[in-house]
Write a protein that binds this ligand. Structure first.
Ligand SMILES: [Zn+2]
Length: 414
Protein backbone atom coordinates (compact mmCIF):
# COMPACT_ATOMS: atom_id res chain seq x y z
CA UNK A 1 0.00 0.00 0.00
CA UNK A 2 2.71 2.41 1.07
CA UNK A 3 4.80 1.40 -1.88
CA UNK A 4 2.15 2.21 -4.43
CA UNK A 5 1.48 5.53 -2.75
CA UNK A 6 5.17 6.36 -2.85
CA UNK A 7 5.36 5.36 -6.49
CA UNK A 8 2.47 7.63 -7.28
CA UNK A 9 4.04 10.51 -5.39
CA UNK A 10 7.30 10.03 -7.24
CA UNK A 11 5.42 9.95 -10.50
CA UNK A 12 3.89 13.32 -9.75
CA UNK A 13 7.19 14.55 -8.39
CA UNK A 14 8.68 14.11 -11.85
CA UNK A 15 6.25 16.73 -13.14
CA UNK A 16 3.58 15.67 -15.63
CA UNK A 17 5.07 12.22 -15.53
CA UNK A 18 8.33 12.99 -17.32
CA UNK A 19 11.06 10.52 -16.53
CA UNK A 20 14.77 10.75 -17.08
CA UNK A 21 16.01 9.23 -20.29
CA UNK A 22 16.85 5.58 -19.66
CA UNK A 23 19.42 5.73 -22.44
CA UNK A 24 18.99 2.10 -23.33
CA UNK A 25 19.23 2.70 -27.09
CA UNK A 26 22.63 4.35 -26.86
CA UNK A 27 24.55 1.89 -29.00
CA UNK A 28 21.97 1.85 -31.74
CA UNK A 29 21.93 5.59 -32.33
CA UNK A 30 25.19 6.83 -30.90
CA UNK A 31 26.40 7.99 -34.27
CA UNK A 32 23.15 9.69 -35.23
CA UNK A 33 22.53 13.41 -34.98
CA UNK A 34 25.52 14.56 -32.99
CA UNK A 35 23.99 18.03 -32.43
CA UNK A 36 21.26 16.47 -30.31
CA UNK A 37 21.82 15.83 -26.61
CA UNK A 38 20.52 12.45 -25.40
CA UNK A 39 16.97 11.57 -26.56
CA UNK A 40 18.08 8.19 -27.88
CA UNK A 41 14.55 6.83 -27.92
CA UNK A 42 13.35 9.75 -30.05
CA UNK A 43 16.29 9.32 -32.42
CA UNK A 44 15.52 5.64 -32.76
CA UNK A 45 11.88 6.29 -33.64
CA UNK A 46 12.82 8.93 -36.19
CA UNK A 47 15.55 6.80 -37.73
CA UNK A 48 13.13 3.93 -38.24
CA UNK A 49 10.58 6.28 -39.78
CA UNK A 50 13.15 7.87 -42.09
CA UNK A 51 14.39 4.44 -43.16
CA UNK A 52 10.87 3.28 -43.93
CA UNK A 53 10.22 6.56 -45.79
CA UNK A 54 6.77 6.73 -44.27
CA UNK A 55 6.75 10.12 -42.64
CA UNK A 56 3.46 11.27 -41.18
CA UNK A 57 1.97 14.57 -42.32
CA UNK A 58 2.38 16.07 -38.89
CA UNK A 59 4.38 15.41 -35.75
CA UNK A 60 3.76 16.68 -32.27
CA UNK A 61 6.90 16.74 -30.14
CA UNK A 62 5.93 16.94 -26.48
CA UNK A 63 7.99 17.09 -23.30
CA UNK A 64 9.49 19.56 -20.84
CA UNK A 65 11.16 22.80 -21.91
CA UNK A 66 14.81 22.76 -22.85
CA UNK A 67 15.19 19.06 -23.70
CA UNK A 68 15.57 19.49 -27.46
CA UNK A 69 12.15 19.41 -29.14
CA UNK A 70 12.90 22.35 -31.44
CA UNK A 71 16.48 21.16 -31.89
CA UNK A 72 15.30 17.76 -33.12
CA UNK A 73 12.69 19.40 -35.37
CA UNK A 74 15.43 21.52 -36.99
CA UNK A 75 17.75 18.53 -37.33
CA UNK A 76 14.95 16.58 -39.03
CA UNK A 77 14.35 19.52 -41.38
CA UNK A 78 18.04 19.48 -42.32
CA UNK A 79 18.22 15.71 -42.76
CA UNK A 80 15.23 15.72 -45.12
CA UNK A 81 16.71 18.47 -47.28
CA UNK A 82 20.46 17.95 -47.02
CA UNK A 83 22.10 18.11 -50.44
CA UNK A 84 24.91 15.75 -49.41
CA UNK A 85 22.81 13.11 -47.67
CA UNK A 86 22.14 9.97 -49.65
CA UNK A 87 19.69 8.48 -47.19
CA UNK A 88 17.97 11.63 -45.83
CA UNK A 89 18.81 10.45 -42.32
CA UNK A 90 21.95 12.40 -41.47
CA UNK A 91 22.48 16.07 -42.28
CA UNK A 92 25.94 17.25 -43.35
CA UNK A 93 25.58 20.66 -41.67
CA UNK A 94 27.64 22.17 -44.47
CA UNK A 95 25.54 22.34 -47.63
CA UNK A 96 23.45 25.39 -48.55
CA UNK A 97 20.23 23.77 -47.37
CA UNK A 98 21.64 22.68 -44.01
CA UNK A 99 23.16 26.10 -43.39
CA UNK A 100 20.03 28.01 -44.38
CA UNK A 101 17.79 25.80 -42.25
CA UNK A 102 20.20 26.00 -39.32
CA UNK A 103 20.15 29.78 -39.50
CA UNK A 104 16.35 29.78 -39.78
CA UNK A 105 16.57 31.62 -43.09
CA UNK A 106 15.66 28.86 -45.54
CA UNK A 107 12.57 29.27 -47.72
CA UNK A 108 12.06 25.55 -47.12
CA UNK A 109 11.44 26.24 -43.44
CA UNK A 110 8.61 28.11 -41.78
CA UNK A 111 9.42 28.58 -38.12
CA UNK A 112 6.50 29.94 -36.09
CA UNK A 113 6.55 31.06 -32.48
CA UNK A 114 4.71 33.49 -30.20
CA UNK A 115 5.38 37.04 -31.24
CA UNK A 116 4.53 40.42 -29.84
CA UNK A 117 1.83 42.68 -31.12
CA UNK A 118 1.72 46.35 -30.27
CA UNK A 119 -1.96 46.22 -29.44
CA UNK A 120 -1.32 43.74 -26.64
CA UNK A 121 1.10 46.04 -24.86
CA UNK A 122 -1.42 47.54 -22.47
CA UNK A 123 -2.48 44.21 -21.04
CA UNK A 124 0.98 42.92 -20.16
CA UNK A 125 3.91 43.73 -17.91
CA UNK A 126 3.61 47.44 -17.23
CA UNK A 127 6.37 47.86 -14.68
CA UNK A 128 8.99 46.88 -17.19
CA UNK A 129 9.75 49.64 -19.56
CA UNK A 130 13.33 48.65 -20.16
CA UNK A 131 12.53 47.03 -23.45
CA UNK A 132 11.44 50.35 -24.92
CA UNK A 133 14.99 51.12 -25.98
CA UNK A 134 14.84 48.33 -28.54
CA UNK A 135 12.31 47.94 -31.27
CA UNK A 136 10.35 44.71 -31.28
CA UNK A 137 11.99 43.79 -34.53
CA UNK A 138 15.51 44.23 -33.08
CA UNK A 139 14.64 41.93 -30.20
CA UNK A 140 13.10 39.45 -32.61
CA UNK A 141 16.27 39.43 -34.73
CA UNK A 142 18.40 39.01 -31.62
CA UNK A 143 16.32 36.07 -30.41
CA UNK A 144 16.39 34.41 -33.84
CA UNK A 145 20.17 34.83 -33.90
CA UNK A 146 20.42 33.11 -30.52
CA UNK A 147 18.16 30.32 -31.73
CA UNK A 148 20.17 29.77 -34.89
CA UNK A 149 23.41 29.60 -32.88
CA UNK A 150 21.85 27.29 -30.34
CA UNK A 151 18.68 25.35 -31.19
CA UNK A 152 18.20 24.76 -27.44
CA UNK A 153 17.63 28.45 -26.86
CA UNK A 154 14.07 29.24 -25.72
CA UNK A 155 12.90 32.25 -27.68
CA UNK A 156 11.77 34.94 -25.28
CA UNK A 157 10.14 38.13 -26.45
CA UNK A 158 8.51 40.74 -24.26
CA UNK A 159 4.75 40.94 -24.75
CA UNK A 160 4.78 37.84 -26.92
CA UNK A 161 2.00 35.72 -25.53
CA UNK A 162 0.56 33.83 -28.43
CA UNK A 163 0.69 32.75 -32.04
CA UNK A 164 -2.10 34.68 -33.71
CA UNK A 165 -4.32 34.37 -36.75
CA UNK A 166 -2.17 36.53 -39.06
CA UNK A 167 0.76 34.13 -38.61
CA UNK A 168 -1.37 31.09 -39.44
CA UNK A 169 -3.07 32.89 -42.34
CA UNK A 170 0.33 33.78 -43.72
CA UNK A 171 1.44 30.18 -43.35
CA UNK A 172 -1.63 28.86 -45.15
CA UNK A 173 -1.08 31.17 -48.11
CA UNK A 174 2.60 30.15 -48.30
CA UNK A 175 1.64 26.48 -48.30
CA UNK A 176 -0.85 27.09 -51.09
CA UNK A 177 2.07 27.82 -53.42
CA UNK A 178 3.70 24.91 -55.16
CA UNK A 179 6.80 23.42 -53.60
CA UNK A 180 10.22 22.92 -55.18
CA UNK A 181 10.59 19.35 -56.48
CA UNK A 182 13.07 17.24 -54.58
CA UNK A 183 12.72 19.24 -51.38
CA UNK A 184 10.57 18.86 -48.29
CA UNK A 185 8.87 21.91 -46.88
CA UNK A 186 9.04 21.96 -43.12
CA UNK A 187 6.76 23.91 -40.84
CA UNK A 188 7.84 24.10 -37.21
CA UNK A 189 5.34 25.61 -34.79
CA UNK A 190 7.33 26.08 -31.61
CA UNK A 191 5.36 25.89 -28.34
CA UNK A 192 2.28 25.35 -30.51
CA UNK A 193 0.00 25.47 -27.46
CA UNK A 194 0.51 29.24 -27.50
CA UNK A 195 -1.67 29.37 -30.64
CA UNK A 196 -4.83 31.35 -30.06
CA UNK A 197 -8.04 29.36 -30.41
CA UNK A 198 -8.91 30.93 -33.76
CA UNK A 199 -5.39 30.15 -34.97
CA UNK A 200 -5.74 26.52 -33.85
CA UNK A 201 -9.03 26.29 -35.73
CA UNK A 202 -7.45 27.67 -38.86
CA UNK A 203 -4.49 25.31 -38.58
CA UNK A 204 -6.82 22.36 -38.15
CA UNK A 205 -8.01 22.70 -41.77
CA UNK A 206 -4.39 22.52 -42.93
CA UNK A 207 -3.81 19.42 -40.88
CA UNK A 208 -6.97 17.83 -42.27
CA UNK A 209 -5.94 18.48 -45.87
CA UNK A 210 -2.17 18.05 -45.82
CA UNK A 211 -0.02 19.61 -48.53
CA UNK A 212 2.23 17.54 -50.67
CA UNK A 213 5.90 17.52 -49.75
CA UNK A 214 5.22 19.25 -46.48
CA UNK A 215 5.94 18.10 -42.95
CA UNK A 216 4.38 19.94 -40.02
CA UNK A 217 6.14 19.68 -36.67
CA UNK A 218 4.39 21.10 -33.64
CA UNK A 219 6.38 21.29 -30.42
CA UNK A 220 4.82 21.81 -27.01
CA UNK A 221 5.60 21.55 -23.32
CA UNK A 222 1.89 22.04 -22.52
CA UNK A 223 0.07 19.86 -25.08
CA UNK A 224 -3.12 19.78 -23.01
CA UNK A 225 -3.72 23.34 -24.18
CA UNK A 226 -4.00 22.18 -27.78
CA UNK A 227 -7.39 21.20 -29.22
CA UNK A 228 -7.96 17.42 -29.06
CA UNK A 229 -8.73 17.59 -32.78
CA UNK A 230 -5.21 18.91 -33.40
CA UNK A 231 -3.65 16.28 -31.14
CA UNK A 232 -5.46 13.51 -32.97
CA UNK A 233 -4.06 14.61 -36.33
CA UNK A 234 -0.44 14.60 -35.24
CA UNK A 235 1.84 11.70 -34.47
CA UNK A 236 2.98 12.28 -30.90
CA UNK A 237 6.63 11.78 -29.98
CA UNK A 238 7.40 12.25 -26.34
CA UNK A 239 10.71 13.75 -25.22
CA UNK A 240 12.14 12.85 -21.83
CA UNK A 241 14.18 14.85 -19.37
CA UNK A 242 17.89 14.69 -20.14
CA UNK A 243 20.24 12.85 -17.85
CA UNK A 244 22.63 14.89 -15.67
CA UNK A 245 25.55 13.06 -17.30
CA UNK A 246 24.50 14.10 -20.80
CA UNK A 247 23.96 17.72 -19.78
CA UNK A 248 27.21 17.86 -17.87
CA UNK A 249 29.32 16.55 -20.71
CA UNK A 250 27.83 19.12 -23.11
CA UNK A 251 28.50 21.92 -20.60
CA UNK A 252 32.11 20.78 -20.43
CA UNK A 253 32.55 20.62 -24.21
CA UNK A 254 30.43 23.62 -25.29
CA UNK A 255 30.68 25.99 -22.35
CA UNK A 256 34.19 24.94 -21.27
CA UNK A 257 33.20 24.44 -17.62
CA UNK A 258 35.21 22.41 -15.15
CA UNK A 259 33.64 19.00 -14.70
CA UNK A 260 32.70 19.63 -11.07
CA UNK A 261 30.85 22.87 -11.90
CA UNK A 262 29.22 21.22 -14.93
CA UNK A 263 28.00 18.32 -12.78
CA UNK A 264 26.59 20.75 -10.21
CA UNK A 265 24.66 22.81 -12.78
CA UNK A 266 23.51 19.72 -14.63
CA UNK A 267 21.93 18.36 -11.45
CA UNK A 268 20.30 21.70 -10.65
CA UNK A 269 18.88 21.97 -14.16
CA UNK A 270 16.47 19.16 -13.38
CA UNK A 271 17.06 17.58 -16.82
CA UNK A 272 16.68 20.68 -19.01
CA UNK A 273 19.68 21.77 -21.04
CA UNK A 274 18.39 25.30 -21.58
CA UNK A 275 17.96 25.72 -17.81
CA UNK A 276 21.49 24.41 -17.23
CA UNK A 277 22.95 26.78 -19.79
CA UNK A 278 21.01 29.69 -18.31
CA UNK A 279 22.72 29.01 -14.99
CA UNK A 280 26.25 29.03 -16.44
CA UNK A 281 26.98 32.69 -15.74
CA UNK A 282 24.95 32.91 -12.53
CA UNK A 283 26.15 32.81 -8.95
CA UNK A 284 24.05 29.74 -8.37
CA UNK A 285 25.04 29.15 -4.76
CA UNK A 286 23.85 32.65 -3.81
CA UNK A 287 20.72 32.28 -5.89
CA UNK A 288 19.88 29.03 -4.14
CA UNK A 289 20.54 30.54 -0.71
CA UNK A 290 18.06 33.32 -1.55
CA UNK A 291 15.51 30.73 -2.60
CA UNK A 292 15.88 28.73 0.59
CA UNK A 293 15.72 31.93 2.66
CA UNK A 294 12.51 32.93 0.90
CA UNK A 295 11.06 29.54 1.65
CA UNK A 296 11.98 29.67 5.33
CA UNK A 297 10.65 33.23 5.70
CA UNK A 298 7.42 32.26 3.98
CA UNK A 299 6.97 29.23 6.21
CA UNK A 300 7.81 30.87 9.51
CA UNK A 301 5.05 33.34 8.85
CA UNK A 302 7.53 36.14 8.73
CA UNK A 303 5.55 37.68 5.92
CA UNK A 304 7.40 40.98 6.11
CA UNK A 305 10.75 39.28 5.61
CA UNK A 306 9.31 37.20 2.79
CA UNK A 307 8.16 40.35 1.02
CA UNK A 308 11.61 41.88 1.40
CA UNK A 309 13.11 38.70 0.04
CA UNK A 310 10.84 38.84 -2.99
CA UNK A 311 12.12 42.34 -3.65
CA UNK A 312 15.71 41.15 -3.59
CA UNK A 313 14.79 38.93 -6.54
CA UNK A 314 13.66 41.91 -8.58
CA UNK A 315 16.45 44.40 -8.04
CA UNK A 316 17.85 44.59 -11.51
CA UNK A 317 16.32 47.92 -12.35
CA UNK A 318 18.90 48.37 -15.03
CA UNK A 319 18.33 44.93 -16.48
CA UNK A 320 16.07 44.30 -19.41
CA UNK A 321 12.67 42.75 -19.07
CA UNK A 322 14.05 39.49 -20.42
CA UNK A 323 16.85 39.41 -17.86
CA UNK A 324 14.40 40.00 -15.02
CA UNK A 325 12.13 37.30 -16.27
CA UNK A 326 14.99 34.88 -16.68
CA UNK A 327 16.09 35.66 -13.13
CA UNK A 328 12.64 34.87 -11.77
CA UNK A 329 12.42 31.73 -13.89
CA UNK A 330 15.70 30.51 -12.43
CA UNK A 331 14.51 31.22 -8.91
CA UNK A 332 11.32 29.28 -9.53
CA UNK A 333 13.33 26.43 -11.03
CA UNK A 334 15.61 26.21 -7.98
CA UNK A 335 12.65 26.49 -5.64
CA UNK A 336 10.83 23.67 -7.39
CA UNK A 337 13.91 21.51 -7.32
CA UNK A 338 14.31 22.10 -3.59
CA UNK A 339 10.71 21.06 -2.97
CA UNK A 340 11.07 17.98 -5.17
CA UNK A 341 14.21 17.06 -3.24
CA UNK A 342 12.36 17.39 0.05
CA UNK A 343 9.66 15.18 -1.43
CA UNK A 344 12.23 12.60 -2.48
CA UNK A 345 13.61 12.50 1.06
CA UNK A 346 10.21 12.33 2.74
CA UNK A 347 9.13 9.49 0.44
CA UNK A 348 12.30 7.50 1.14
CA UNK A 349 14.08 8.08 -2.17
CA UNK A 350 17.15 10.17 -1.23
CA UNK A 351 18.98 8.88 -4.31
CA UNK A 352 16.74 11.19 -6.37
CA UNK A 353 17.97 14.33 -4.63
CA UNK A 354 19.51 16.93 -6.97
CA UNK A 355 20.89 19.33 -4.31
CA UNK A 356 23.10 16.61 -2.86
CA UNK A 357 25.55 19.14 -1.43
CA UNK A 358 22.70 20.43 0.77
CA UNK A 359 21.54 17.09 2.11
CA UNK A 360 21.70 18.11 5.80
CA UNK A 361 19.66 21.22 5.27
CA UNK A 362 17.20 19.36 3.08
CA UNK A 363 16.73 16.71 5.73
CA UNK A 364 16.02 19.34 8.37
CA UNK A 365 13.56 20.99 5.99
CA UNK A 366 11.87 17.68 5.17
CA UNK A 367 11.57 16.76 8.85
CA UNK A 368 9.62 19.97 9.39
CA UNK A 369 7.65 20.41 6.16
CA UNK A 370 7.98 16.99 4.56
CA UNK A 371 4.35 15.97 4.42
CA UNK A 372 4.18 14.58 0.85
CA UNK A 373 0.79 15.95 -0.13
CA UNK A 374 1.74 19.39 1.16
CA UNK A 375 4.98 19.27 -0.81
CA UNK A 376 3.12 18.20 -3.94
CA UNK A 377 0.75 21.10 -3.51
CA UNK A 378 3.74 23.42 -3.09
CA UNK A 379 5.32 22.07 -6.29
CA UNK A 380 2.07 22.71 -8.11
CA UNK A 381 1.99 26.27 -6.74
CA UNK A 382 5.46 26.82 -8.21
CA UNK A 383 4.25 25.40 -11.53
CA UNK A 384 1.34 27.83 -11.53
CA UNK A 385 3.76 30.70 -10.85
CA UNK A 386 5.99 29.51 -13.71
CA UNK A 387 3.06 29.56 -16.11
CA UNK A 388 2.06 33.04 -14.99
CA UNK A 389 5.60 34.24 -15.58
CA UNK A 390 5.48 32.65 -19.03
CA UNK A 391 2.25 34.56 -19.67
CA UNK A 392 4.16 37.70 -18.77
CA UNK A 393 2.03 38.71 -15.83
CA UNK A 394 3.70 41.17 -13.47
CA UNK A 395 6.48 39.43 -11.62
CA UNK A 396 6.11 40.87 -8.11
CA UNK A 397 2.44 39.94 -7.56
CA UNK A 398 3.11 36.45 -8.95
CA UNK A 399 5.88 35.91 -6.39
CA UNK A 400 3.85 37.37 -3.53
CA UNK A 401 0.94 35.10 -4.34
CA UNK A 402 3.36 32.19 -4.44
CA UNK A 403 4.61 33.00 -0.94
CA UNK A 404 1.05 32.82 0.35
CA UNK A 405 0.40 29.55 -1.52
CA UNK A 406 3.58 27.94 -0.18
CA UNK A 407 2.60 28.89 3.35
CA UNK A 408 -0.86 27.43 2.79
CA UNK A 409 0.47 24.21 1.27
CA UNK A 410 3.29 23.49 3.69
CA UNK A 411 2.36 25.05 7.01
CA UNK A 412 -1.27 24.03 7.06
CA UNK A 413 -0.25 20.43 6.38
CA UNK A 414 2.15 20.16 9.33
ZN1 LIG B 1 23.62 19.20 -45.77
Amino acid sequence: MFESFTTKILYFAQGDGYFANPGSFGIFVESMWKNIIGQDRVKKILRQTLESRKLPNAYLFTGPEGVGKDAVALELAKALNCLNSKDSIEACDECDHCKAIGSLSSPLLQFLFAQSKATKASSTESDDDDSKGFSDIDLLREQLAYKSQDPYHNIRLPKAINIGMPQIRNLISLLARSSTPGTKRIVIISEADTMRHDAQNALLKTLEEPHENTLMILTSSNPSRLFPTILSRCQDIRFELLSSEDISSVLVSNEHLEKEQADFLARLSGGSYSVARGLVNEDVATLRKQVVDLLSFALTRSRKNALEQVDTFLPRRGGTFLEKRQNVEQILQLLELWLRDALAISTGAPERVFNIDQLDRLERFASKFGEPLGLLEAVRAVDVAKRKVALQLQLRPVLLELVIELDRALVKST
